[in-house]
Design a binder for this molecule. Sequence first.
Ligand SMILES: *Cc1c(COP(=O)(O)O)cnc(C)c1O
Length: 466
Amino acid sequence: MEYISTRGSAAALDFEGATLAGLASDGGLYLPSQWPRFSHEEIADMAGLPYAQLAAQIMQPFVGDSLTKDELLALCEQAYGRFSHNAVVPLVQLDEQQWLLELFHGPTLAFKDVALQLLGLLFETFLTRRKSNLTIVGATSGDTGSAAIDAVAGREGIDIFMLHPKGRVSDVQRRQMTTVRAPNIHNIAIEGSFDDAQAMVKRMFNDDHMTSRFNIGAVNSINWARLMAQVVYYFAAALQLGGPDRKVAFSVPTGNFGDVFAGYVAAQMGLPIEQLLVATNVNDILHRALSQGDYSAGSVTPTAAPSMDIQVSSNFERLLFDCGGRDGPAMAAQMAAFEQDKAMRLTNAQREGASSLFTSARAEPDDMNEALRWAHDHAGQIIDPHTAIGLHAARNVKVETGIPMVTLATAHPAKFSDAVERATGLRPQLPARIGDLMAREEAFSELPGDYDAVRSFIEERASSAA
Ligand SMILES: *Cc1c(COP(=O)(O)O)cnc(C)c1O
């Protein structure tokens, strides 16, 4: 399988190359040159497979020759063996139509583990093979950071520098990053929002001074391998709910548009999906883009769902590229204009392409609280604030009766216990596997929101010069 950049001028790479590169050298994002497709029968035959086997089957066409079938299956078994639920991603029924897909049974309690546990192993496999090193530079709105750090802590040949917006992640989220003690882990609390941190990370991938000295790698969902691993749970859920003979709808609490884009990929691969509902909080750029064609970034409002406090959604570029006829030069021009004006209009082709599968909704803080209470009062479930935004959207959109609506439960409620307690009066407890997180000592550095400061910090500490 060959991977091409959304901006048309970076060299095409194989899966191994795209995984290690992260962002393309022209500033674009890698995508497979075409979507692999499964027939209806092939999908039907996947019903009942254990999760790791299902994952290996669905990912094999994307991985191509970079791993043998046996190697890929072994990595999947190792990655998903660390989940605390046998089903890995269990489904929970809320009422006749509404379901939750629990994606938070991994080591750091958010769906990011599903992809990052595998990505850590892919990095290790490819770096060992190439005898080379990787300097990971990432930005986190809270959950990517902890999941990535857990996945690479102590691994040979990898350094990780993780930027989080200072004071804008929950205590549990921060502690899950800053209490992991290993010499290859560097946490940075940075002034500003997630968008500011993400922009610095992207800039570093195009900074010749840095890319000539270090192999810079990505753990954000700009890395294709992350999205690939997330495609699997759309299949897993649909197969349990009557797919592929019955269509299923999904509601996805969305920030960087990675998780919901994985649903779009599942549909391109042949999985019958009725609808993908993009649920946002008041940071609603994606809702405005999908409902009105207006992709314009305002300033970020901090909310009780911090992992969705994002205005510039990296992966949206992948959708616009695919729906806009895969025209790299046109995409490069559109994104250059957006980077300058912080605003753009979607083309008609992009709007029409997106509207066949996507709808969107925005939840106010009261809507989120109401959904938290409904889940508890009517279905006995304590959910997290991000999931509540998805559930609010799911319950308010029109879907034919008979079509199951699955909200992706993206985090464990105990990651956001203050917000959950404010809405429901109940304080969710951290699961035992998290141990004494709240008592462990923290270590992190603080930096101003200044690219040069971040660059010098990394240059001084990265041990893995290329
Ligand atoms: C990262 C995250 C999201 C947003 O996912 P994207 O792939 O960035 O759209 C939603 N909820 C939680 C809990 C998250 O950690």
